[in-house]
Write a protein that binds this ligand. Structure first.
Ligand code: BTN
Length: 269
């Protein structure tokens, strides 16, 4: 790390060791990495600096006080998690951003732990039926010419925190394995995986991503209830895919596609 500097009023350090690692030509993402002990939200600060920041600039924080989830929900971000936002300026197929965040997380989990992570549509990562990570991608600038790709991962958070905050559906790697990990190692591995998948998107070869997305999905053939833009639907999941969303056979036998941006939640019935 190098000394503190102010970034839009927040005291930030640069993670020089990791920046050096990602400085090689093999990587596009992670050449500039800001680290902060406490921040309102990495997502918010990433947006604020996005105009001048270079593609792939990443911000991580030890703790967030105003972590943001999908649909403006509060995202609990105490010490012990990976709270990360990446500024993405040149992705060829933005539709793939959420899936490659989720899959990078899945592959990182498989590298570090003996766990079986699943993608719970549209972008949550579950372990043993509980949520361990969430993804939030936001288009910015009036023409969506850049994106802030955010992910929150519950790494070393203990059970007490989730109980005290009545988060019955949440878990962490620590709870599942009894083992604490170095969050910077987790972050580095996540970025290696993210760079690899990002490159596949940039080379227009997303076949692996399409297949992996299906393979790790938890909803295929399940009976579910969907809140879609405020309306409830119920049916069986016939297919999930990045391009066509989730294909449901509804109770009246009509088959309908649901796209992730409008899915507020999906629950098994
Ligand atoms: C969700 O499941 O609702 C998405 C949660 C995304 C949380 C991450 S943590 C890092 C980044 N900063 C935020 O304020 N939110 C995202």
């Amino acid at each position: 790390m190098i000394g503190d500097r102010k970034l839009n009023g927040n005291s930030m350090s640069r993670l020089v060791e990791l920046e050096n690692y990602f400085s090689s030509n093999a990587y596009k993402i992670g050449k500039v990495i800001y680290y902060c002990d406490e921040i309102s939200s990495t997502q918010k600060i990433a947006k604020e600096i996005s105009l001048t920041a270079e593609n792939g600039t990443s911000i991580i924080a030890k703790k967030q006080t105003e972590g943001k989830g999908r649909f403006g929900r509060f995202w609990h971000s105490p010490e012990g998690g990976l709270w990360l936002s990446i500024i993405i300026k040149d992705i060829k197929q933005p539709l793939y951003l959420n899936p490659i965040l989720s899959l990078s997380c899945i592959h990182m989990i498989e590298q570090f732990y003996q766990l079986k992570p699943r993608i719970y549509w549209p972008n949550d990562i579950y372990i043993n039926g509980k949520k361990v990570a969430g993804v939030l991608t936001e288009g910015i600038h009036f023409d969506n010419s850049a994106y802030i790709a955010g992910i929150g991962v519950n790494v070393n958070i203990d059970e007490k925190y989730f109980i005290e905050n009545k988060l019955k559906e949440a878990t962490s790697f620590y709870i599942e394995t009894g083992r604490k990990e170095n969050i910077l190692n987790i972050f580095q591995d996540f970025l290696i995986k993210f760079n690899f998948l990002y490159e596949l998107v940039q080379m227009d070869s997303p076949l692996y991503i399409d297949e992996a997305f299906k393979k790790y999905n938890d909803l295929l053939s399940q009976f579910v209830k969907v809140n879609y833009g405020g309306t409830q639907f119920e049916g069986q999941v016939l297919d999930v895919s990045i391009k066509d969303g989730i294909l449901l056979k509804l109770q009246n036998n009509i088959v309908k596609n649901f796209f992730p941006e409008n899915i507020e939640y999906i629950r098994r019935v």
